[in-house]
Ligand binder design. Sequence first.
Ligand SMILES: Cc1ncc(COP(=O)(O)O)c(C=O)c1O
Length: 403
Amino acid sequence: MTLAEMKQLYDENIMGTYGRAEVAFVRGRGCTLVDSEGNEWLDCLAGIAVCGLGHSHPAVVQAVADQAERLMHTSNLYYIPTQAEAAAELTSTCELDKVFFGNSGAEAIEASIKLARKWGKQSKSGAYKIVAAEASFHGRTLCSLTATGQPKYQEAFKPLVPGFVHVPFGDIGAMEQAIDDETVAVLLEPIQGESGVRIPPDGYLAEVRALCDRHSLVMILDEIQTGLGRTGKWFAHQHEDIVPDVMAVSKALGAGFPIGACMARGEFADVLVPGDHASTFGGNHLGCAAVTAFLRTMKSDRVVENAQVMGNYAVERLTDLAAERPGAVKEIRAKGLMIAMELTDGVARQVLASLHGRRVLANAIGDHILRILPPLIIGPTEIERFVEALSQSLDEAGATGAP
Ligand SMILES: Cc1ncc(COP(=O)(O)O)c(C=O)c1O
């Protein structure tokens, strides 16, 4: 099928919810994607922080193929061996105790919110309000959209779910002020991803942890984008040596297989009981085979360490590149391989188009921010290739920072 034929079928049959680049990928391996015309691309977006092991990692392919041949789905009415294994692998990466599997990030957030609300009902006099952050992103279902602190995504769908308050991200005083007797939880991304890799001040998460302890609040972290090695630790909260009560995980979890998880610790791990929450597909045989293969490969190949080392290297090289163009780059924000370059000129979309012209994938957020989320297995050669393409693209797009 040609791209033109594909586009025709899209126009006729697919709802127009996405603006898509003029390319369709048909194969991939590592950091390389191959388009429908046979061209090779360097992927520095990893399916938006999903393909941590790169594309079609042999260990995951084998596990999924073997499992597909054996058994794909039976439902949660029965025990699922791969679910047991996947959950044990996942809980061994952090200090949370138990897992509920769903199919996406938004579902992991929904489960987290329901868990907190039920805990509020039974243990905190019916408290139900959740304090979240402005400019956050938690998903597109009605409740995760309500939690998302971006009115532009919400306007068309009001009225939203009651009980959410938004405060400036990184401002502990504002958070404390927003808490009242009806507050049950705080919900935050450790680093805001979708709004441009916005990193809070050092110590902020630890302060939020202390605040939650003082006010008996459930601390919910959305580690859907930051989790599973992206920031150079298994989870971003581990940079501050704290543990949330509840955590939403997804994206990288299935190495491309759609799966998400709500994790909880201590008393919170036993709040949801039969009848409270469920998902037909959640944690099915196939998805959990992918999770286990992904996590075991991450561990055996020390991929989290690679994300840390390569993240530092990428930032070094991007800093060099910025220094060659004084004034053009306002800021580089990064933790591990979660990287944003904020441009002084509003040419981020032009830079991205120029990168695409060089067959390199990244992401533009608005007019000023380039987001770079490569596979966590990326090496120095690929980083060099990216930096060279970016250098040419910044020039081509006229990102000079000149007044
Ligand atoms: C931090 C965060 N939370 C939640 C979501 C929603 O995940 P999904 O699109 O899988 O529902 C995303 C997706 O980008 C995200 O980055």
